[in-house]
Design a protein around this ligand. Structure first.
Ligand SMILES: NC(=O)c1ccc[n+]([C@@H]2O[C@H](COP(=O)([O-])OP(=O)(O)OC[C@H]3O[C@@H](n4cnc5c(N)ncnc54)[C@H](OP(=O)(O)O)[C@@H]3O)[C@@H](O)[C@H]2O)c1
Length: 322
């Protein structure tokens, strides 16, 4: 099969299309003939840091955390799926390829009304948002949610999910074009023109999902309501932050965060069950949908990574196997 490999730490040009053996199936897995793979910021981080991921320059890694496609083989222990099923799946790596082997319980049916290709944009965002905003952050209907980076893949899905489940939405992004898109979802500000900590000061936000870190952390804590929850999923400005404990203690705040990739298989299975129950009906009833910005052929993964690093996109970038 053909697959994109990260050949060494570096820029987009280290992504190379290579002929690779098809993955071997374990008994709890299914083999998916991939229709499309989602491109995530995490793939860019992995590509830049191959050495720290334990892969020296002689080894390569197939990136990709989510795919959609058709099941072509079933492991001996799998009883809830069949060959020919159209699915989307969360994976730890290996999505930028024509075939991928996946734990069957991390794999869900393509929602009604969503094309097989577009379904590749769903798993990483929905699993991440569910685990962080709803499981760790315990966001409730009628509470107020702020997501920074509202036009990211995570943002475009998370804002829709929270709005559909009854929350009031706040968000930030870095251009007027992005704000125009986000205004349909909630109150959005261009952080390059306005300070979010001033604009949202009186709003008493209940939950914040943050991927920026750095000086955002203390500002986030300051605008949270009593018993508010700040959940971090990255620190794109900086992972090292200064916080004033008095802000946390005086309002009984919770400061937390997570990485999805290293969670156990059992946790991912539990998230899959919860999103199928709580979020899949929102796709089926057309209350939410993946926002796709651009699709590239697998062989053009370099261009897909360049676009992601430009941060021009609104929503998801996909690689297709056409
Ligand atoms: N912890 C986890 O398990 C987990 C899982 C999935 C994703 N994530 C994280 O969640 C974030 C969103 O992921 P994604 O794949 O949806 O990414 P994405 O589509 O590439 O979006 C990232 C957006 O963040 C904004 N941004 C804000 N500050 C930035 C900075 N200093 N440098 C670069 N961009 C900046 C950019 O838009 P503006 O124009 O608004 O600046 C950019 O479009 C990423 O940081 C990713 O690593 C974490």
């Amino acid at each position: 099969m053909k697959a994109i490999h990260i050949t060494e730490s570096g820029g987009p040009e280290v992504l190379k299309l290579k002929e690779t053996p098809k993955p071997k199936l374990e008994k709890n897995q299914i083999l998916i003939k991939v229709k499309a793979a989602g491109v995530n910021r995490s793939d860019v981080i992995t590509r830049k840091n191959m050495d720290t991921y334990g892969k020296g320059s002689t080894e390569t890694l197939i990136p990709g955390l989510e795919v959609s496609g058709e099941i072509t083989e079933i492991g001996n222990d799998v009883s809830d799926k069949k060959i020919g099923d159209k699915v989307c799946a969360l994976i730890a790596s290996g999505g930028y390829a024509e075939y991928v082997a996946v734990d069957s319980s991390h794999c869900l049916p393509v929602p009604e009304g969503i094309s097989l290709t577009d379904a590749a944009a769903i798993p990483e965002t929905v699993f991440t948002v569910w685990f962080n905003v709803f499981h760790l952050g315990k966001l409730q209907p009628n509470e107020k949610l702020l997501i920074h980076g509202g036009t990211s893949g995570i943002g475009t899905m998370g804002l829709q999910m929270a709005k559909a489940l009854g929350s009031k939405i706040y968000t930030t992004a870095g251009s007027d074009e992005k704000i125009e898109f986000l205004n349909n979802l909630g109150k959005a500000i261009n952080y390059k023109k306005e300070a979010f900590e001033d604009v949202f000061k009186e709003e008493k936000i209940d939950v914040i999902l943050d991927m920026v870190g750095g000086d955002y952390t203390q500002k986030n804590l300051e605008i949270l309501n009593k018993k508010g929850r700040l959940i971090n999923i990255n620190g794109m400005k900086s992972m090292d932050v200064n916080v004033n404990l008095r802000t946390i203690m005086s309002k009984n705040l919770i400061l937390t965060g997570s990485f999805l990739k290293p969670q156990s298989a059992a946790v991912k299975t539990q998230i899959a069950k919860e999103v199928e129950k709580n979020i899949w009906p929102l796709f089926n009833s057309k209350k939410i949908h993946p926002v796709i910005y651009k699709k590239f052929k697998l062989a053009d993964a370099v261009e897909a990574h360049k676009l992601m690093e430009s941060s021009e996109h609104i929503g998801k970038i996909l690689l297709t196997m056409e």
